[in-house]
Structures are given as C-alpha cells and as structure tokens.
Design a binder for this molecule. Sequence first.
Ligand code: ATP
Ligand code: MG
Length: 254
Amino acid sequence: MVKILAIANQKGGVGKTTTGINLAASLVEAGKRVLLVDLDPQGNTTMGSGVDKRHLQHTIYHVLLGERPIADVRVAVSPGKYDLVPANQDLAGAEVEMVHLAQRETRLKAALLTLKEEYDFIFMDCPPALNLLTLNGLCAAQAVMIPMQCEYFALEGLSDLVNTIKRVRVNFNPTLKIEGLLRTMFDPRNVLAKQVSDQLQQHFGSKVYRTVIPRNIRLAEAPGFGAPALFHDRLSKGAQAYLALAQEVMSSTA
Ligand code: ATP
Ligand code: MG
C-alpha cells in the first residue's frame, strides 16, 4: 500500500526540501518506488532534483488547474531515480486562480489517486506557509512529516502547525496523522538545541524520529549539482543520516 506524506512546516528554511530530495533518493536506493511532488513556487525541489524549472512546459500548476493529468507532468529524475512532479513560479498564481474552482482543497488528492498504485511512497514538499497549496498537501496526505530546527521559536511554530492539522481533520481529512517530527540541521554542541530536542521528546515521545539530521555542508552543496547528497558525497554525515532515516521510515510503515 502506498504511503502518502506531506512534508510541511510553515516556518521557512527548516529543511523540508532537503528532506524531500534526500529521503526520496534514499528510499529508491532501498528499492522503493517514490514520487516527489514539488508544491512550492520556489521550485527548489525541482532544481535540487536536477530539473531546470525555467524550461518546463507543464508543472503541478497545470495539474491543480485541471489542465493536464499528473501522469503527463511527472518526470523521471537522474541521478536520484525517483519521479518528480515539478513546480516553478507559475504556481504562485495558482492560489488566486483556484479560489473559484470546485473542490479547491482536494485537487491534488484527486490527481494523486490516479497514480497511487505505481508507488510505495509519495512525498509532497510544501511551501513555508499555511496556504491553499499546503492545504492541498495536507488533504492529499495520510500523514505529515515535520522537519524542524531545534531552536527557541520552533515549539511555538509547531503548535500553529498542529492546530492547522486539527482543523484539516475536522473539515477535510479526518484520518490525517502526524507521521513524525524530524530534527534537522542539528548541532550537538549547541546547548539550546539539546534542550529543545529534549522538550520535543517529552511532548511528542515516539513521534520524534530517532534519526537526527546533522548540520552538514554536503547537504547544502548538493542542490547546486542538481543531485541528492548521496550522489555528491555518499559518506558524508548528511547523506548517511538520510539513508538511516529511510530505514526508520520503512520500518515504521512496514
Ligand atoms: P523553504 O521553507 O524556503 O522551502 P525548506 O524548509 O525547504 O525551506 P531547505 O531549502 O531544505 O529548507 O533548507 C534551507 C537551507 O538550509 C538550504 O540552503 C539547504 O541547503 C540548507 N540545509 C538544509 N538542511 C541542511 C543540513 N542538515 N545541513 C546544512 N545545511 C542544510
Ligand atoms: Mg523548501
């Protein structure tokens, strides 16, 4: 059975996109069939997967507007070997244009239903906002993966996201779960990071992934090569952490 996860946190720059790209590639290495959907007009997932967002005829925008079937828009990426539904700046207009369309919150869900037999995992990389695009991600998802940095305001931001998830449950997607909280860009020498991490474990217990993603320069460099870190420096701590996360994700969904 396919597992459909939204990677979401309305806070910017917490590692959503890095997680999408590297987890997708790591799961492919483990033999899984993976689709990654870029839901962010920034198109970082698209570029970081080695697809030039400036030269795309069709993107997720056309899927959400009902102009193209999702199967026609997806591309197979290399070297990551997962499938990608790309995005670019066009998507910024989608929110306004979708306002008048029927079922505007569940358009992505409807599109993904046509593909679900083809994949073991579908990830949606949400933008840093609780907007209609993220809402489409949350409505299409079975569960939410929340990357976060262990810093002072992180827990506050988390409660906003948890409240949004509760509202989505009431209005659209009653079975939406929190899949897990992922500590990203972690620096074990930072005392505050350690304290926030401890608090997170107290509040969320087993929802916090055991795997911690360290701050690692290779993870930041890899998008410049249009590749997951695995193909940039396989032995780097960052690439190894995402390989470990893939194992943890597989064991928790087995
Ligand atoms: P946005 O909210 O803008 O979509 P995001 O949550 O998707 O951001 P990323 O784009 O994945 O976050 O990461 C933000 C920046 O931090 C990027 O430059 C990325 O390369 C870098 N980065 C992400 N994870 C790590 C890490 N573990 N170590 C070092 N740098 C990282
Ligand atoms: Mg991003």
